[in-house]
Design a protein around this ligand. Structure first.
Ligand SMILES: [Cu+2]
Length: 315
């Protein structure tokens, strides 16, 4: 019956199931009684209306019964909730950053990851940081959810106890692409986690190119992938120098993705829309990016295509 993937899931599910069952019994009971009352006490020919006064016995009965039920509901809910605010001392700490419109996770030694990878059966505390507006981190499979608010030190903890991939969602409407603000949490065995962490350390020694840093820091990669996968906007894989079919002012034209096109797409994103993508999802970045910065980003995108080409020809 209880299928959550963390130690906290059973407490939440029990409270939910109990409240749901009680509510269900009452809605059915009250509806049936109401229908019976309407029929039974309807005006009938030859029958005098009778006047009733209140019944102390009934009043006491349903007040006591309802109070006891509510106290039981509270008690079951409290038993599920209390452990959520008691972090074990040995919990591993990861900072979860929420920004429009992506999640990022910072492990010890400032190692950053887009995916939340965690070892099974080990308690983890997520410290929640918002970089712009209010967000809310929700991992349905673990039954944990907390608001991520700028300037407020919020946190949550859990112990994952099933291997697998689980979705992380944002459940506080945070703007245009709120619904795309998803991430993955991967629960693995301890040795696989250690391997993954080593890779993270190794990757951190390779300095990130300036252009990539800008793309990441400006949030471009939340909507434009680097690996060709389709997100809200067109991917950057094989992008530079390619022919784009765009819709501009009602007519479909073909343009080359060069620096001028990139600058235009960043400063006036809705003037030309790549065929098959939606209009008005991107705002102008005129105030946020200088032409020089766009130049650095363009250089990176150009190099990316050159490297892709070199890989394809086996060079
Ligand atoms: Cu959000």
């Amino acid at each position: 019956m209880f299928t959550g993937a963390s130690n906290l899931a059973e407490g939440v599910d029990k409270a939910f199931a109990f409240t749901f069952i009680i509510a269900f019994i009452f809605i059915v009971g009250i509806s049936v009684f109401m229908i019976w009352t309407v029929i039974h006490f309807s005006r009938k020919k030859g029958k005098e209306a009778k006047q009733f006064r209140g019944s102390i016995k009934l009043e006491v009965l349903w007040t006591t019964a309802a109070t006891i039920l509510v106290i039981i509901m509270f008690w079951i809910g409290w038993k599920g909730f209390a452990p959520m605010r008691k972090v074990p001392a040995d919990a591993m700490v990861v900072t979860a950053i929420g920004r429009m419109w992506e999640w990022e996770f910072i492990y010890s030694d400032s190692l950053r990851s887009r995916e939340l990878v965690l070892p099974i059966d080990k308690p983890v505390k997520l410290e929640l940081v918002a970089e712009d507006v209010n967000h809310s981190l929700f991992i349905p499979a673990f039954r944990v959810k907390e608001d991520v608010v700028p300037g407020y030190d919020n946190w949550l903890w859990f112990t994952p106890n099933y291997i697998g991939n689980y979705e992380i969602l944002c459940t506080e409407y945070c703007g245009l692409l709120h619904s795309a603000m998803v991430a993955n949490t991967r629960i693995v065995e301890q040795d696989e986690y250690d391997r993954w962490y080593q890779e993270l350390i190794t990757a951190s020694f390779v300095p990130e190119p300036e252009g990539l840093k800008l793309l990441r820091g400006t949030g471009c990669l939340a909507c434009h992938s680097l690996d060709g996968s389709r997100l809200v906007g067109p991917s950057f894989a094989g992008f530079y120098g390619s022919q784009r079919t765009v819709v501009a002012g009602g007519s479909t034209i073909s343009v080359t993705a060069d620096e001028a096109y990139i600058t235009k797409s960043i400063y006036d994103p809705n003037a030309e829309i790549v065929e098959g993508y939606a209009r008005n999802l991107m705002q102008s970045y005129r105030e946020l990016l200088t032409e020089e910065q766009i130049g650095i980003m363009t250089e990176y995108l150009k190099k990316m295509v050159e490297e892709e080409g070199a890989q394809d020809t086996g060079l």
